[in-house]
Design a protein around this ligand. Structure first.
Ligand SMILES: [Zn+2]
Length: 410
């Protein structure tokens, strides 16, 4: 029996692998995966058995990956306390936020912490087709210390190596895809935590990483402090988030070049939330005067120069689940990044960070058919990313079916 096939075509394909764009491409999809990528007129044999979806004038890119969101956190809502107390309402809210991401062309999100395991349930609901949304890669709850960063939400402290290890096992039992640990303090509880200091020793983190890896789960850490970055690298953490290199002294940035180089050598992945990335550090993270007008973006470039795999994400919580494409446009316009590298930083690099690059992140044979149809070539006009015409996930047109003029023409 010949399996049902779908053929998608457009004017241009940027497959996200780093190869040159393909003119007049077609992608043959079966059971959600890419069977073949070709150019020119598809073989006649295909015409007899496949459904065709052609969008003349459009450019196809891989679906975007936002590797740091919080689908079930929305503290700005006036009735947040009531929503937060009710797992069912939290789950509906998370589903709504997931849809916002999908409409913006984001076909995979990593949910970096939600209460009651609601984003694990949402992952399953989306995979079953009960609700529409991107692929969800979920960690369950984040792990932090008592009174640590994020404790305000989970109200659970993991205060030793043993407790961290138990936390890892519990999250995996609940269905977590990866483990999220708050390796330094943060800003969520005002002055109660210290974002300039590590929350865990390297030894404590190492125990958690060891156990997570035993269970084939990657570890993503929240890292504001340089001290925490040091501990994460010693412990073999897979992904570090934020990376603003705060020194222990108030008002200092302590970028450690040797540490960054060590990260590059070990294939470390680092996520940068680019919300405030172009503000001078002196306004944002405070600052030693000798940093002048340098921004978090400049720090990111230094890490990248020594081989750290940098990707961009939003840390969206309560809003801006559709912000990634807008931020990518700013990276090109304000950060003077190359459009192609910007695209990689929101597709293949985060897919690698999540351990999913065999499945998603580029449009190559065997991978999931997750793609976005854009009105222009984003390598020439990056703002095209903010105007998706159609979004396809696993070979299904999730958004913009009517944008295909010849839908279903045999
Ligand atoms: Zn976060």
């Amino acid at each position: 029996m010949i399996e049902a096939q779908t053929v998608f075509s457009a004017d241009l394909l940027i497959d996200g692998s780093g190869r040159a764009p393909v003119r007049d491409p077609y992608l043959v999809v079966a059971e959600g995966r890419i069977l073949e990528v070709g150019a020119g007129r598809p073989p006649d044999a295909l015409r007899e058995r496949a459904k065709f979806f052609a969008m003349p004038g459009a450019t196809i890119i891989p679906g975007l990956v936002d590797a740091h969101v919080h689908l079930a956190l929305a503290m700005h809502l006036p009735d947040w306390a009531a929503i937060d107390a009710d797992p069912a309402r939290l789950a509906f809210l998370a589903a709504r936020h997931a849809q916002e991401a999908l409409r913006a062309g984001i076909t995979t999100v990593a949910d970096c912490g939600a209460r009651h395991g609601v984003t694990i349930a949402l992952r399953e609901a989306i995979a079953q087709g009960w609700v529409e949304g991107p692929r969800v890669w979920a960690c369950g709850e984040w792990l932090t210390v008592t009174n640590g960063h994020g404790y305000f939400w989970t109200r659970r402290g993991f205060d030793s190596a043993e407790e961290l290890r138990k936390g890892v096992r519990e999250m995996v039992w609940q269905g977590a895809d990866f483990i999220k640990i708050m390796a330094s303090g943060g800003t969520t509880q005002g002055a109660k935590t210290n974002r300039r200091r590590a929350q865990y020793s390297a030894e404590e983190l190492r125990v958690a990483v060891e156990d997570a890896h035993r269970l084939n789960k990657r570890v993503i850490c929240h890292v504001n402090a340089t001290e925490a970055m040091r501990h994460c690298l010693k412990a073999g953490v897979d992904v570090v988030e934020h990376c603003n290199w705060l020194g222990a002294q108030e008002g200092t940035i302590e970028y450690d070049h040797d540490l960054a180089r060590e990260g590059g050598r070990r294939g470390l992945c680092a996520g940068i939330n680019i919300e405030q990335v172009f503000k001078p550090l002196s306004q944002n993270d405070g600052y030693a005067q000798d940093w002048g007008d340098l921004t978090r973006w400049d720090l990111m470039r230094r890490m990248q120069d020594v081989g750290v795999n940098i990707f961009v994400d939003t840390d969206a919580a309560g809003k801006d689940y559709d912000a990634l494409p807008r931020m990518m446009a700013r990276m090109v316009e304000e950060g003077k990044a190359e459009a192609a590298e910007t695209l990689a930083m929101a597709t293949l690099v985060p897919a690698r960070a999540l351990g999913l690059s065999d499945e998603i992140g580029s449009l190559e044979k065997g991978k999931q058919a997750d793609m976005v149809f854009l009105p222009a070539n984003p390598l020439i006009d990056i703002t095209a990313l903010t105007r998706p015409l159609a979004v396809v996930k696993g070979g299904c047109i999730m958004v913009g079916k009517h944008a295909f003029p010849d839908a279903n023409r045999p």
